[in-house]
Design a protein around this ligand. Structure first.
Ligand SMILES: [Fe+2]
Ligand SMILES: [Fe+2]
Length: 284
């Protein structure tokens, strides 16, 4: 990976999440993770679009790993006595609504940035959760997630080498992705209960955005710090990225994340039905 675990970890000052006292917080966190892992089924589409056999083999292995992670989350929720519930709409938008429209979008926004963000959340839970059995499961999962991020970074770098138009398009989509993370930050800061770990959330989300920027710089998608890009340049990048995506009004997308959901399509998939699936409802 282009960033180290140390760079992607926040110091929570020794504060911990207690399985009993902090059940409400843990239920919220684990339900977002559970949904994220179910979105692993989207790999099916990308296997069909893989550019070569080694990429296809990586995706086939990743699909198995993500489905194992669904089982991991169900096990952790069982141990912590948490009930599976729907994920937050902004998480659904980030994980499913912004599903890439091309292989390049998939590896850059979903694998490098998206799974990079999930990895940071896993590191944070590992560092704070006072439940060794769950932490051991998450430690095994993060090694696999690190390989997914690494694959996304390598593929992105290879694709943008010599393709300036693609670099700019991926940058525009990355800016929308970062806006989505800020929306999630706004929700988390306004609705979650008082807790010393949660008090660090603004710093954690700021670190996530900083790491996303660093990753974009190290991949070469971003050529200068974001602070040096004017608002007009950012708007133009986002507009041209979405114009390429099929003419969807950028303003519409930016004003209502729920409107991104139609990108998902009308068919009911596991990301819609997993809460009623026997594997989640009656784990044995
Ligand atoms: Fe996963
Ligand atoms: Fe993953």
């Amino acid at each position: 990976m282009l960033l180290t675990r140390e760079e992607m970890s926040l110091d929570f000052g020794g504060h911990r999440l207690d399985p009993a006292a902090d059940r409400e917080i843990l239920a919220w966190i684990m339900n977002q993770f559970l949904y994220g892992e179910v979105t692993g089924i989207q790999i099916g589409q990308w296997l069909y679009d893989a550019p070569d056999l080694s990429a296809a083999r990586f995706l086939a292995k990743q699909a198995i790993e993500e489905l194992q992670h669904v089982g991991n989350m169900v096990s952790i929720m069982g141990m912590l006595e948490l009930t599976p519930q729907p994920a937050h709409p902004v998480v659904r938008m980030l994980a499913t609504g912004m599903m890439g429209g091309s292989w390049a979008e998939h590896v850059a926004t979903e694998m490098a940035l998206g799974e990079g963000f999930v990895l940071m959340a896993f590191y944070a839970v590992i560092d704070t959760l006072d439940h060794p059995e769950s932490v051991a499961i998450l430690e095994r999962a993060v090694r696999q997630e690190e390989s997914h991020v690494d694959f996304g970074e390598c593929q992105t770098m290879a694709l943008i080498a010599g393709d300036e138009a693609l670099r700019k398009r991926l940058l525009g989509l990355s800016l929308v992705w970062m806006w989505g993370v800020r929306r999630l930050a706004g929700f988390m800061q306004s609705r979650l209960p008082d807790h010393p770990v949660l008090e660090r959330l603004p710093d954690f989300l700021a670190l996530c955005l900083q790491c996303a920027e660093t990753r974009l710089l190290r991949m070469g998608v971003l050529e200068q710090p974001l602070s040096e890009l004017s608002s007009a340049s950012r708007a133009a990048l986002v507009a041209s990225a979405y114009a390429h995506k099929g003419g969807e009004s950028t303003l519409r997308l930016l004003t209502s994340p729920a409107r991104l959901l139609p990108f998902v399509g009308k068919r009911r998939r596991l990301t819609d039905t997993y809460l009623n699936d026997p594997v989640v409802r009656e784990p044995g």
